[in-house]
Ligand binder design. Structure first.
Ligand SMILES: Cc1ncc(COP(=O)(O)O)c(C=O)c1O
Length: 399
């Protein structure tokens, strides 16, 4: 028998991926599934970025690169941080990784010792929790409700910090809620983070997907003293529809970046070399496609949320960013399906909806919020309308 290490044996499979896989399997059997489960833009990578990758391949950019990333890309990222976020980093303070997920994994491995606590506001992106587990740390969940727009208060943060707390993970705009922290809210959280001398891991993957003329603010820049204790994590997946390219990056205090680079040099080495050349084009080339994608998401956001609000029993806040709606659908918990099964929780509700309506959604339990379901609007208007119609009919059958 194979004995697995405790650190992997205690990990759970991602529920988001499991339901998505079931929806995809049904689709491949020819079943007409409307899938709101996607965690990625439905647009192709912009053509000029793909061209740059082809050119890089033809030019022989097919060898190892420095583990921390191509100097050209790190210089462009330093410019990006200055231009978009007002943050001054030397290129040496930036590490290019194999997706934002990898940046986060590296960071947690570099920061967390056995038994260290990491504060994770809920609803949270599933992998934070499991990464802290994998590092043998203790995730400390700090819930925020829909009434609070899913945002934690400085008082709640302070109360959750103990002598074992090493870090808090913030995610604005948020997956799964779409919530966006304002500058004033971040400043108040930063005051606590500085006072309590902990690190902030700031996941800013959805930076460019913010609506209603709100601005993205990085917590690293809201107060003197924050830059020195924040790791900003970002990537190309969501901004440039480059999920399959696996390219993310992080920027932060030099000793932390050095540790991340050392760790990475013994695990993946550099992120794929020709992809990094394409990423350079993503940063430096036309941003027109980014704006087009954002405009499409904005319009779909309203279509989806208005439709959800029109279904009796569904309560939905308007997300300000990312491409997810996160309605409270707990009114259906405790109700019976036509064949007499009682819906006990968000997972059973998602399963019922997939089977009955052929609509794929992700149960809130996966994000630490069982009352909710996550709907991704990275899908066409036509699918949104079709899915909403079917959902309404299926939910009406629950008594
Ligand atoms: C909040 C959040 N952070 C990080 C990631 C990681 O993205 P990637 O590894 O594709 O860069 C995702 C992807 O779903 C996400 O939703």
């Amino acid at each position: 028998m194979i004995k697995l290490a405790a650190r992997v044996a205690s990990l759970s499979e991602s529920v988001t991926l499991a339901i998505d896989a079931k929806a995809k399997a049904m689709k491949s059997q020819g079943i007409d599934v409307v899938n709101f489960g996607a965690g990625e833009p439905d647009f192709d990578t912009p053509a000029h970025i793909k061209e740059a990758a082809k050119k890089a391949l033809d030019a022989g950019k097919t060898k190892y690169a420095p583990a921390a990333g191509l100097p050209e890309l790190k210089a462009a990222l330093a410019e990006k941080f200055q231009r978009d976020n007002g943050l001054s980093y030397k290129p040496s303070q930036i590490s290019v990784n194999v997706g934002g997920k990898h940046s986060l994994f590296n960071a947690i491995m570099a920061l967390v010792d056995r038994g260290d606590q990491v504060i994770i506001p809920a609803p949270y992106w599933v992998s934070y929790y499991e990464m802290v587990h994998a590092a043998e740390g203790t995730p400390v969940i700090l819930p925020a409700t829909a009434d609070e727009d899913f945002k934690i208060s400085p008082q709640a943060l302070e109360a959750a910090i103990t002598p074992r707390t090493v870090a808090v993970i913030l995610n604005s705009p948020s997956n799964p809620t779409g919530s966006v922290y304002t500058a004033a809210e971040l400043e108040a959280l930063a005051e606590v983070i500085i006072k309590k001398d902990i690190v902030c891991i700031s996941d800013e993957l959805y930076e460019y997907l913010i609506y209603d003329n709100l601005a993205h603010v990085s917590i690293a820049g809201v107060r003197p003293g924050m830059l020195e204790r924040t790791l900003v994590v970002n990537g190309f997946s969501k901004a440039y529809s480059m999920t399959g390219w696996r390219l993310g990056y992080c920027a932060g205090p030099q000793p932390l970046i050095d540790a991340i680079n050392t760790l990475q040099s013994h695990s993946t080495s550099n992120a794929t070399t020709f992809c990094q050349w394409a990423a350079l084009e993503a940063l430096k080339g036309s941003q027109e496609d980014v704006q087009k994608m954002k405009a499409a998401f904005d319009q779909r956001r309203k279509l989806l949320v208005e439709g959800l609000r029109g279904i009796p029993g569904v309560k939905c806040t308007m997300p300000a960013g990312a491409f997810y709606a996160f309605p409270d659908m707990s009114a259906f918990h405790g109700r019976k399906t036509p064949d007499g099964k009682v819906i006990g929780d968000s997972l059973q509700l998602a399963e019922y909806v997939l089977e009955d309506a052929k609509v794929g959604i992700v149960p809130g339990a996966a994000f630490g919020a069982d009352a909710h379901q996550r709907f991704s609007y990275a899908t066409s208007n036509e699918n949104i309308e079709k899915g909403l119609g079917r959902l309404k009919e299926s939910l009406a059958k629950l008594v």
